[in-house]
Design a protein around this ligand. Sequence first.
Ligand SMILES: *Cc1c(COP(=O)(O)O)cnc(C)c1O
Length: 392
Amino acid sequence: MSTTFENVKTPSYVIDEEKLIKNLEILNDVQVRSGARILLAQKAFSAYSTYPTIARYLSGTTSSGLFEAKLAFEEFHDETGEKKEVHVFEPAFCDDEFEEVCRISDHIVFNSLSQLEHHRRTWEKPALEGQLFVGLRVNPEYSTQEGHEIYDPCAPGSRLGIRLCDLPDVLPKGVSGFHFHTLCEQGFEPLKETFEEFEKKFVKYLGRENDSQIKWINLGGGHHITRDDYDRDGLARLVKYIREKYDVTVYLEPGEAIALDAGYLVTTVMDIVKTDRYPVLILDTSAACHMPDVLEMPYRPPLRDSGEAGEKKYTYRLSSRTCLAGDVIGDYSFDKEIKIGDRLVFEDMAIYSMVKNNTFNGMPLPDICILRRSGECDVVKEFGYDDFKCRL
Ligand SMILES: *Cc1c(COP(=O)(O)O)cnc(C)c1O
């Protein structure tokens, strides 16, 4: 079904194809200049109707487990049918899922030596025959984030990644790569520092001289490569240095950067409630249900044609039709008075939104649309009562 942006049913997520392609062109340029292989981290964005477009530019996908890996295996192809890489990392793999994980993946990353050995009987044969690449996630123990502990895998007590002190001098047989993921929405400088720390600590496993078994290094995600101010020249230099010095394939697996600023959540004002502070707009969307990172991260989503509270003439608190008192998106101001029935457009809503939403309070899920370069808006998914009922 096709409509226009002005007429989409609300609430709807609208993916902006032109902006998505702009990001993909930037990422492909980094691949070409640096020799890195860039993967889509599906955890951030898995609206698979866009996969044929993304697969035209990127080298593959990464997954947090069987379901995401399966989605990539089924859907992530471009029109040439060229095989794209399926990577998977999970802190622990289920016994009854692992055979399938092995069958559909090219790279499997383990979070511990005990998981590596626990599943060895399943992965060892394809790995030794060169059909499958098996790696270890390491913890460089180098935090570059402050105040964001839930997104810092290097925070004290972290379960994510093996510390140098827990690795044997000789790596277990069959291991061919290292993986680390420590960043979140960061520029190039923290990656450079983290790599230098990783290199200092783990160099004994790398290098051409000692006939290293490490053939690939995955630098994880959290790189805001498509942001205007990202130092992409620096990134290309670092990747080239790693490839040339250690004779390895270098992977990057950003999620956010792929669909950064490439989607909207369109909503309608259902009511306006007077309070002892700002008047509250009751929207047909919800922070808790449709943009949970607003409460979890937390952050204030950009809203088209608006300012900070008090900046423009009319200030409102934007909230939701759920019964959760704290289901508040934020305080925003506008040049003109808002009326019931007005439509509002939240920006940068492609990432960590569709993949995280829920039907708490019996809230309907927003439809998913794609705004084509032609201006047409295709409705690719519609949700209703059954999507609520079937999960309970
Ligand atoms: C979350 C995650 C990513 C993607 O992170 P972004 O912040 O979306 O770029 C990549 N790799 C791993 C292991 C992750 O957990």
